[in-house]
Design a protein around this ligand. Structure first.
Ligand SMILES: Nc1ncnc2c1ncn2[C@@H]1O[C@H](COP(=O)(O)OP(=O)(O)O)[C@@H](O)[C@H]1O
Ligand SMILES: [Mg+2]
Length: 211
């Protein structure tokens, strides 16, 4: 279980996250909905360790952790960003394995096998030697999910997973997230799409811009 207690974050004088408390039970889907400017992306960046919270506590199974600490090689929350942030010059295999190789320092056999398994799980196993520009939007998203999962996070978080996709693909993302849930993956889904959120979420958190 991941818990956030009293998290605060400001940019200069602008408060973006105000005394946020959150509990994410294992295996569940938490949807965070709210309008643009509500601090949703900032919260995910904070969970991924890309921003540092000004104050507050993060707990994993009751143990405090600092997502922004570089000592913390094992990632607690893996984030699939809205624009996917794939490496354009690396093929699918290398996009998935770069973290396990350089950060986790895994052996080639281990990261290669892991990438193959993740690619199969996500239905992109035929594309391991393709480059991002050769993939559809839905395939890029699946690659971004595989890359995040390769780091072995306890929780997988998505920033607006339906926004970069054709409306017809929304259903597919929904199914994928629910399949991962059936596999036991704990997930956070940030969206401004309330219908989508209600379809997938065990728990819904509504955020509003502050002030
Ligand atoms: N790095 C940053 N520096 C300054 N202000 C920022 C930064 N990132 C986000 N903000 C501001 O924080 C607020 C929340 O942004 P964001 O987290 O992107 O919200 P959302 O994802 O809900 O649209 C916005 O007013 C935004 O301009
Ligand atoms: Mg955002």
């Amino acid at each position: 279980m991941i818990e956030l207690k009293n998290i605060n974050k400001s940019f200069g004088t602008k408060k973006v996250i105000n005394n946020l408390d959150l509990v994410i039970p294992d295996g569940q889907i938490l949807a965070i909905v709210g309008p643009s400017g509500g601090g949703k992306t900032t919260l995910l960046r904070t969970l991924a360790g890309l921003e540092k919270a000004d104050s507050g506590t993060f707990l994993q199974d009751g143990e405090p952790f600092d997502p922004a600490s570089d000592k913390h090689q094992e990632q607690v929350v893996g984030v699939v960003f809205q624009d996917f942030q794939l490496f354009p010059h690396l093929n699918v295999m290398d996009n998935i394995t770069i973290g396990p190789r350089l950060v986790l320092k895994e052996e080639k056999e281990v990261y290669t096998k892991k990438a193959q398994n993740l690619a199969s799980l996500l239905g992109i196993e035929e594309l391991l030697y393709s480059y991002p520009f050769q993939l559809s939007g839905g395939q890029k998203q699946r690659l971004a999910i595989a890359r995040a999962m390769a780091m072995g996070p306890k929780v997988l978080a998505y920033d607006e997973p339906t926004s970069a996709l054709d409306p017809a693909l929304r259903q597919q993302v929904e199914s994928l997230i629910l399949e991962l849930k059936a596999d036991g993956v704990t997930q956070i889904v940030v969206t401004h799409d309330l219908v989508f959120a209600e379809n997938i979420a065990d728990k819904l958190l509504k955020v509003e811009p502050i002030g």
